[in-house]
Design a protein around this ligand. Structure first.
Ligand SMILES: N[C@@H](CCC(=O)N[C@@H](CS)C(=O)NCC(=O)O)C(=O)O
Length: 247
């Protein structure tokens, strides 16, 4: 009988009806695992099951949980060889980098951190408008109910209002110039390679690619908007080979 390699890691991910990873935050971690070729298996959790399942593992809640910030989130991991249980992409990325240093994924670089910061104000606002109300269509009925009630409480209005009238076109038009400029700045090291810092990826590449991959799974049209910008497209294409394991 062929011997089976036991995965080092169990990755807790967010379930959707497409059976693949779509959370941009989980994608950052998945990209690290795929890039570093760490053997892992995925457990997909429905939104309402995240808290009870992670609690059962003995994971501590986020210390900054509030009425709008969930106490338990994915990604979470179990690292079986060391019996380590972790939640939060920041802690998980640090753990992965120290446990699997080769190939390295620099978690913080001046340039990469600047790109993430800029993307939070240019790109992410349009992304939220386009995706928040569409995400519900790839959730199971139970998760839909959870998602609608938590997100609408947060927004203060029905999800559908996000896309009313010309709101979506307007936000994309407002972001157009900034997206182009940010995209161009992502290519500062293009003489050295396709990634932000050139030849090898840094965490910020996975951050950008994760955001775009989420758009691709939720709504290809939104992903195509991103792909229309130089820089965003290059980073995505450079990371694509590390996105083949999606579940
Ligand atoms: N700070 C967390 C945020 C992760 C996060 O927001 N995850 C979402 C899925 S994309 C989640 O699990 N939400 C649970 C909920 O809304 O109850 C991290 O970086 O890992």
């Amino acid at each position: 009988m062929a011997s089976q390699t036991k995965p080092d890691i169990t990755l807790y991910d967010l379930a959707c009806t497409k059976g693949v990873c779509f959370s941009p935050v989980v994608w950052r971690i998945r990209l690290m695992l795929n890039y570093k070729k760490v053997p892992y298996k995925t457990v997909f959790l429905e939104f309402p099951d995240i808290e009870p399942e992670l609690k059962k593992l003995g994971i501590h809640p986020h210390s900054d949980a509030s009425s709008t910030k969930p106490a338990y989130t994915v990604p979470a991991i179990i690292h079986h060889p060391s019996s380590t249980y972790l939640m939060d992409s920041v802690h998980i990325s640090q753990f992965l980098e120290s446990t699997y240093p080769h190939p390295p994924v620099p978690l913080s670089t001046t340039f990469g951190d600047g790109i993430i910061l800029a993307a939070r104000s240019t790109g992410v606002p349009a992304y939220r408008i386009s995706l928040l109300s569409r995400e519900i269509s790839i959730l199971s009925p139970r998760s839909q109910e959870y998602f609608r009630s938590t997100r609408e409480k947060d927004l203060g209005h029905p999800l559908e209002q996000l896309l009313e009238g010309d709101k979506e076109e307007k936000v994309w038009a407002e972001q157009q110039e900034g997206m182009e400029e940010l995209g161009r700045s992502m290519r500062a090291n293009k003489a050295k390679g396709m990634f932000l810092e050139g030849k090898e990826p840094v965490y910020a590449d996975f951050w950008i690619a994760g955001v775009m991959q989420c758009a691709r799974v939720v709504d290809e049209g939104v992903w195509e908007r991103f792909m229309g910008f130089e820089g965003w497209r290059d980073v995505y294409e450079a990371c694509e080979e590390f996105m083949t394991k999606k579940d």
